[in-house]
Design a protein around this ligand. Structure first.
Ligand code: PLP
Length: 350
């Protein structure tokens, strides 16, 4: 075959879609340029438009929210609960009382720890509202042995440079809805109609994953289980070493869940004399990176005009933001390096 030279071959893209869908136990997948693009396409597939309300986890990265705004819809932020740090089913119920007809719910599995997804799914089903799972951080994590991202109508994953597996940049949308996934592939490749010439009836996006990136993704998928094991070991080491420091709590592992432990995160007790900033500064002095927990969306200048639903006076998301520290969790970190991190932190209590 002699080609004009404009074609992109997608063998790896197709294979990566199949292999990822197979791994997570979803039926169909569309490989995209980013997790954010996957969230955007999920909202397009749900026909979310101007004026629609979307319930959204409050404690997350802004990429969960931005696509709601791309479609001129209105986010309503839902507070976290303390068991998983994710969307509180009670606050979600409360949101339904105030806004009975949202167009969708998007829930995040923070730092790789599954939300109370079955409860959340049940609430959404009861109200007949589609659920989207932002599993950008939780690739490979399970709830009752079922992969995060496969409970709702749509699930999204990210393979950005900082995630548990990475293609440098990339994302995936999964669903049981074959037709909608095909539609997303169409939108993501500039909405080119089937015609000899270039024919457009809809607005398209340049969101498709490239074949080279998909090739990397296929390789990454093979090391995912191993990486989860390494991340779990890092988490368990911190847990064991900090057991004797009363002020430190690890992000809890909820019943029936297997987190991927993308990041090991601690919180400090309210009355602890050592504050998160002390830990971050002590580590920084030794050139060791750490971060605060995500700043809640309802506190972000760009989003503070939107409604926020909570059940407790003091929002759980705010408490986590004020008391949390994300610790070094890189799988390239050596045992000695992790010991050093632990020693620096323990020394603060001496
Ligand atoms: C990283 C991330 C995203 C976005 O994924 P990209 O691939 O970087 O676009 C969305 N949501 C959460 C919670 C994330 O951590």
């Amino acid at each position: 075959m002699i080609l004009i030279g404009l074609h992109l071959f997608g063998e790896n893209v197709n294979k990566f879609e199949e292999e990822l869908a197979d791994y997570v136990g979803s039926e169909h997948a569309a490989a995209l340029s980013a997790g954010t693009a996957a969230i955007h396409m999920a909202f397009k597939a749900l026909a979310i438009k101007k004026g629609d309300i979307v319930f959204c986890s409050d404690l997350t990265f802004s990429a969960t929210v931005n696509p709601i705004i791309y479609e001129n819809a209105t986010p309503v932020f839902i507070d976290s609960e303390k068991d998983t740090w994710n969307m509180d089913p009670k606050a979600l119920e409360k949101a339904f009382e105030k806004y009975p007809c949202p167009k969708a719910v998007i829930v995040v599995h923070l730092y790789g720890t599954p939300a109370k997804i079955e409860e959340i799914k049940e609430i959404c089903d009861k109200h007949n509202v589609p659920l989207v799972e932002d599993a950008a951080e939780s690739v490979g994590a399970t709830y009752n042995n079922k992969q995060t991202g496969t409970f709702g109508k749509y699930g999204i994953y990210s393979f950005n440079g900082n995630k548990i597996i990475t293609t440098s940049g990339g994302g995936m949308l999964v669903s049981r809805d074959e037709e909608k996934i095909a539609k997303v592939r169409f939108w993501a490749t500039q909405a080119r109609e089937k015609a000899r010439h270039y024919e457009h009836k809809e607005i398209g996006y340049n969101y498709r994953m490239s074949n080279i990136v998909a090739g990397i993704g296929r390789g990454q998928l093979k090391v995912l289980d191993e990486r989860i094991e390494e991340k779990t070991k890092i988490y368990n080491t911190y847990k064991k070493e900090f057991e004797k420091i009363e002020d430190i709590r690890m992000q809890p592992i909820p019943k029936n869940t297997k987190p991927n432990h993308w990041l090991s995160v601690i919180t400090l007790k309210e009355n602890s004399k050592i504050k998160p900033i002390d830990i971050m500064e002590a580590l920084e002095k030794e050139n060791i990176e750490s971060r605060p927990v995500w700043k809640p969306m309802h506190l972000q200048p760009i989003f503070e005009k939107y409604d926020f639903i909570k059940v407790l006076d003091k929002p759980v998301s705010e408490k986590l933001f004020e008391s949390g520290v994300c610790l070094p969790s890189d799988t390239k970190m050596t045992n000695e390096e992790q010991e050093k991190v632990i020693e620096i932190i323990k020394d603060l209590w001496k």
